[in-house]
Design a protein around this ligand. Structure first.
Ligand SMILES: [Mn+2]
Length: 428
């Protein structure tokens, strides 16, 4: 953890220049008839959960290149997330993966996190690989499996994940179904979907009243011919049939190339079924790259839909924000800080869209001016706004610079020397 003094000293050296930048941007925004304080205030309240599987260097199927000082267990992962939250002010929750990061004693982990000012967001159940000593195999599926005993085992794992989550203080279960088939004829599409719905229905009945269940779609990988929940349509069917507590989770990387993800988001908002996000970025498939690194305009357009839904006070609109990324080149803490900053930036920019003007241009079919309205917001440098939000949250004006200057990773490397019990993360 960083001390208040270290962060304060970092900020003191920069706060005068920051204030000038903020004043300047405030004047620019005021000339457009907008209020910068409202935007700063919103960004100050922005929160995004950090996934427990993103704190170690990720790998590909070709290899993994672990860095020094990576966390060796889930307790050390909490410490790294606490640092990300300290510096960015927007990452106070953890999305835990069961069983990868299952604690022996969930109450102990909850207390450890709480002492670090962290809480728990959605818990994630994993039924896409066999665990050690597992009596049945998920090789041919889990919740969709043709064998009732395998489905039973997969259902029970989800019920167990809910129980762990209850102790942690979590409030949602994310179910990503990797089930699918690799060859035509292997799986009966309708029957596999029906079995999945039936399994999820049983899990749903065990969901606490104040919990939500998120269904996460993905077109391919690990299944390469068909996935059971391959797109938002199938996910929406599940959520609608399961009930009010079931909603859809959009992982930005879980779409075929060139899919209009922001429009998918708007459809789920209309259906009152947008549950949350797994943010990341990608060029080709589920690349799980740093959020905002490849398609920042798309990220802005997604946030534009979210800000628009909040602006219109859409019924039941309260999505959970989570990151889901893991790659093999950057320092994971730095990449996650970059991602949180990218989200703060996209959120701030989306709030600068002049919605009244945009509605007018849409009404009169002024295509060019409608697009320019979006571009004007997107091209505004909102750095002073998100710096101010971090400052108000006790974070750092320049979190990456402070992380680098502090030599924090080197200190972790010196501290985390033994092999420990660390299990490397995997892409999902
Ligand atoms: Mn995901």
């Amino acid at each position: 953890m960083f001390t208040v003094e270290v962060i304060g000293s970092h900020n003191r050296n920069r706060v005068e220049a920051h204030q000038q930048d903020l004043d300047h941007l405030g004047e620019l925004v005021a000339r457009r008839g907008q209020n910068i304080e409202a935007v700063v205030s919103s960004v100050t309240s922005f929160e995004c959960a950090i996934p427990s599987w993103a704190l170690g260097t990720g790998g590909t199927r070709f290899g993994r290149f672990p860095g020094a000082g990576e966390p060796r267990n889930v307790f050390e992962k909490m410490e790294d997330i606490a640092v990300i939250h300290q510096l960015t002010g927007s990452a106070s929750t953890v999305s835990l993966h069961i069983p990868w990061d299952e604690p022996d004693d969930p109450a102990e982990l909850r207390d450890h996190a709480s002492a670090l000012n962290l809480g728990f967001d959605a818990v994630n159940s994993n039924t896409f690989q066999d665990q050690a000593d597992q009596p049945v195999s998920f090789k041919f599926g889990s919740l969709c499996h043709t064998d009732a005993d395998v489905r039973r085992f997969a259902i029970d794992h989800n019920l167990h994940t809910i129980e762990v989550g209850k102790t942690l203080g979590s409030n949602a279960l994310t179910v990503w179904l990797a089930d699918g088939s690799n060859f035509p004829g292997q799986s009966h599409f309708r029957k596999a979907f029906d079995r999945t719905l039936s399994s999820l229905s049983e899990i749903y009945t065990h969901l606490p009243d104040d919990w939500q269940m998120f269904t996460e779609h993905k077109p391919y990988e690990p299944a390469f011919y068909s996935s059971v929940v391959q797109d938002w349509g199938s996910s929406l069917m599940l959520a609608q049939r399961l009930g009010k507590k079931a909603k859809c989770l959009v992982d930005l990387g879980h779409h075929l190339p060139n899919a209009n993800v922001e429009q998918i988001v708007s459809r789920l908002v209309s259906a009152e079924k947008l549950g949350g996000f797994h943010f990341n970025d990608s060029m080709y498939g589920d690349d799980d790259l740093t959020t905002g690194s490849i398609h920042p305009y798309q990220l802005f357009l997604v946030f534009n839909e979210l800000v628009d839904a909040a602006h219109d006070r859409v019924e039941g609109f309260e999505p959970s924000y989570m990151l889901d990324q893991s790659h093999n080149l950057k320092d994971p803490i730095e990449a996650l800080i970059q991602s949180i900053v990218a989200l703060q930036r996209a959120f701030a920019k989306a709030q600068l869209v002049d919605r009244e003007a945009l509605a007018g241009f849409q009404q009169s079919n002024d295509v060019l001016m409608a697009e320019e309205t979006m571009k004007t917001a997107f091209e505004t440098d909102v750095s002073p706004i998100i710096r101010e939000a971090r400052l108000r949250n006790g974070g750092a004006l320049e979190p990456l610079a402070l992380f680098r200057e502090s030599g924090y990773r080197a200190a972790l490397a010196a501290k985390r020397t033994s092999a420990g019990e660390y299990v490397p993360p995997q892409n999902l």
